[in-house]
Ligand binder design. Structure first.
Ligand SMILES: [Zn+2]
Length: 218
């Protein structure tokens, strides 16, 4: 069974001039492999480092960083983990390379920065521990992925922005959408049907059936 620690839970604070956003940053340890799901953004850097240290780890101990998608708030801390391999879907990687201006939440420099500074691998080309499963959940973006992790407390779905908060859980529709609302609804339904706990991209973890808080360690 794998261990999941939500190092920093996602949150959104409303501000007169727009939202202040933190992204869920989660650590997965399975069969000797240390993985991170979404490194998050600059403001979260010190919190991520502190939480790793509390677990006896340093950024260099992370062997693999899984990117749910390429939006700025999920990715910009990539340079903290230069020694890790970065894994995402080919659909996401190709779409950002092909149409760098289509998605306004993906910095234009990001593709080139990732390619030149870290090792990037495609999710279907690397091996995964038996208790970790990659779930393609497109809609929010072209190639969004979620990670289903089997823990002693059930299946934990690291959902990213395919299910960003409890509002989406209630309405069945994740917002905002940058690609396809229909696909996003289908992806959200998949997550609901295949998880015991959901770690949303921008909210506290909760139990899939009840919506009640689920803590941060599984
Ligand atoms: Zn996003």
């Amino acid at each position: 069974m794998a261990l999941v620690d939500v190092l920093v839970a996602g949150t959104v604070r409303h501000h007169d001039d727009g939202n202040i956003i933190w992204t869920a940053v989660s650590l997965i340890r399975s069969q000797g492999t240390v993985m991170l799901f979404d490194p998050g953004t600059f403001q979260q850097r010190f919190a991520v480092k502190r939480r790793l240290e509390a677990l006896g780890l340093a950024p260099r101990d992370v062997q693999r960083v899984v990117l749910s998608h390429l939006h700025w708030d999920h990715v910009l801390n990539f340079e903290m983990f230069r020694e890790a391999e970065f894994v995402l879907t080919r659909a996401e990687w190709d779409s950002v390379q092909r149409e760098p201006e289509r998605d306004t939440a993906t910095p234009r420099f990001l593709w080139a920065a990732l390619e030149s500074q870290v090792s990037v691998r495609m999710a279907d080309e690397v091996g995964w521990p038996g208790d970790v499963q990659v779930c393609p959940v497109p809609g929010h973006t072209v190639g969004h992925l979620a990670l289903a992790v089997d823990t002693a407390q059930g299946r934990v779905m690291l959902a990213g922005d395919a299910l960003p908060n409890q509002e989406s859980w209630r309405s069945g529709s994740p917002d905002p959408i940058f690609y396809s609302r229909e696909k996003a609804r289908r992806s959200l339904a998949y997550i609901l049907g295949h998880s015991d706990v959901i770690v949303p991209g921008h909210g506290e973890p909760f139990f899939t059936k009840t919506g009640l808080p689920a803590g941060r360690t599984f």
